[in-house]
Design a protein around this ligand. Structure first.
Ligand code: GDP
Length: 472
């Protein structure tokens, strides 16, 4: 009812959406929508775990699994058979590395979960940012094997970098899946040790204690994914009062139960429509003029036949159809992952990173912004003029940090020093960034979802920030 109220209110004098809201509510079937990204070091078992979960939830049927298993055997990679469910391209299968973002959907008791898989390999971090920018919540998969957890967690490992990245992208809730517990005999000591180390790290990375859960699992055997634990060595401490469990561990909880506990963020469905385009499919036929764009709706809602504005090209297009999970729907709202078939926009003007928005309330664009940044663990200090790659949603654009305006206190945000000559690791600052090309963005204060960015340099992430001013 709340949803109905806000949407109708915003649409007074514009489009009345009351007729489509029924459909929207029916589609959600009383459940809440949540976008989940799975992150972690390469080989931690992300694809295996999620693949197995989808099999258990019957999102993927036995025949398909059989097919994947045979193919895995054929390629001599049997241990990857569950991972194949998610790793779609032939190339990924051969390499056993997830490169693209695979989408799937499943349901828990109270949630519809859209799965966003993100690649863990160091070279694919930009793809990972693209995937994670669509997520509300995350599962961080860590490998419990001796030495392996440490490799991912140490400096340069992806466990740390991914956790920092998703927090900077606005993801506040995480489930840590302590995976491959079958290989350490479901050891309580090993689990406890890993949880305590991560607990400390996640706290200093800005995650609140009450927003982080931990679960011992095996993506390979399927233990503790959706059925209650049955492994005696696990039950011995996981469902037994004699062992004290670390903070964030819920006794006897399965991974699925923890996913069900996550809370979706408030959806800005009453704000103007915005969708940052994460994929473009252009029609090949001559003169058809139709294209498809996809992405997650960041704010507002849309209906079939409505006009949308594509920024920065300023093309106006009309929505011919809306698809969610391959089904046609008459409308879609913030949080939905959609494919829009549109007509009227010049296909040559459509790019990943463009934004489709409400023509009456277009998104801002910028070449120079002021941002409040948090600097990561860098080795060389940042000086004025330093070149960076600006990552914003699915855009990455070359630019420079043109001015160091203020150094700020990391926790209070108060001014420490005006015009510092350089900025060192773990500090916070107000800086000016100039980009080589115009991008679409918003002030963080107006649209949280569209006001965050990331700065990278030479293949590593040096800072995360929010847009506080658009200068040009
Ligand atoms: P990703 O790179 O994080 O997606 O990792 P994959 O899912 O591709 O898994 C990497 C390797 O670890 C594969 O050989 C898997 O079979 C293996 N693996 C994944 N999960 C488990 C687990 O729970 N137990 C064991 N023993 N092996 C696992």
């Amino acid at each position: 009812d709340n949803i109905t109220a806000t949407v109708t209110k915003r649409r007074v004098g514009q489009t009345d959406r009351s007729n489509v809201l029924k459909e929207y509510e029916q589609r959600l079937d009383g459940k809440e929508l949540i976008n989940l990204v799975v992150i972690g070091h390469v080989d931690a078992g992300k694809s295996t775990m999620m693949g197995h979960l989808l099999v258990k939830l019957k999102v993927i049927d036995e025949r398909t699994v059989h097919k994947y298993r045979q193919e895995a055997q054929r390629l001599g990679k049997e241990s990857f058979s569950f991972a194949f469910v998610l790793d779609e391209s032939e190339e990924e299968r051969k390499r056993g590395v997830t490169m693209d973002i695979a989408h799937a959907q499943f349901k828990t008791q109270t949630k519809i979960v859209n799965l966003v898989d993100a690649p863990g390999h160091k070279d694919f971090i930009p793809n990972m940012i693209n995937g994670a920018s669509q997520a509300d919540v995350a599962i961080l998969v860590v490998d419990s094997r001796k030495g392996e957890f440490e490799t991912g967690f140490d400096f340069g490992g992806q466990t740390r970098e991914h956790a920092l990245l998703i927090r900077s992208l606005g993801v506040a809730q995480v489930i840590v899946a302590v995976n491959k517990m079958d290989t350490v005999n479901w050891s309580y000591e090993r689990f406890d040790d890993i949880v305590k180390k991560l607990h400390q790290f996640l706290k200093t990375s800005g995650f609140k204690e009450q927003d982080v859960y931990y679960a011992p699992v095996s993506g390979w055997t399927g233990q503790n994914l959706i059925e209650k634990a049955s492994e005696p060595a696990l039950l011995d401490w996981y469902n037994n009062d004699t062992h004290q469990l670390p903070v964030g561990v819920i006794r006897y909880a399965t991974l699925l139960e923890l996913i069900d506990k996550l809370k979706p963020p408030e959806r800005p469905i009453s704000k103007p429509f915005r969708l940052c385009i994460t994929d473009v499919f252009k029609a090949t036929g001559v003169g058809t003029g139709t294209s498809s764009i996809s992405g997650r709706i960041d704010s507002g809602g849309i209906e079939i036949n409505e006009k949308i504005l594509i920024k920065p090209s300023n093309d106006i297009a009309q929505i011919k159809s809306i698809q969610i999970e391959n089904a046609n729907v008459p409308s879609a709202f913030a949080g939905d992952n959609v494919v829009l078939n549109i007509i009227g926009a010049d296909p040559a003007h459509l790019f990943i990173g463009n934004v489709a928005c409400d023509p009456e309330y277009p998104i801002s664009t910028a070449t120079v912004i002021k941002g409040r940044i948090l600097i990561f663990n860098i080795t060389t200090p940042i000086t004025p003029g330093c070149p960076i790659v600006f990552h914003f949603k699915s855009v990455h654009e070359q630019g420079n940090i043109t001015k160091l305006l203020e150094e700020l206190d990391r926790s209070s945000g108060e001014l420490k020093k005006r015009n510092p000559r350089f900025l060192t690791k773990n500090s916070s600052a107000l800086v000016e960034v100039k980009l080589q090309q115009r991008i679409c963005c918003e002030l963080y204060s107006n649209f949280k979802e569209l006001g965050r960015f990331m700065l990278r340099q030479g293949g590593s992430t040096i800072a995360a920030g929010i847009i506080v001013d658009i200068v040009e």
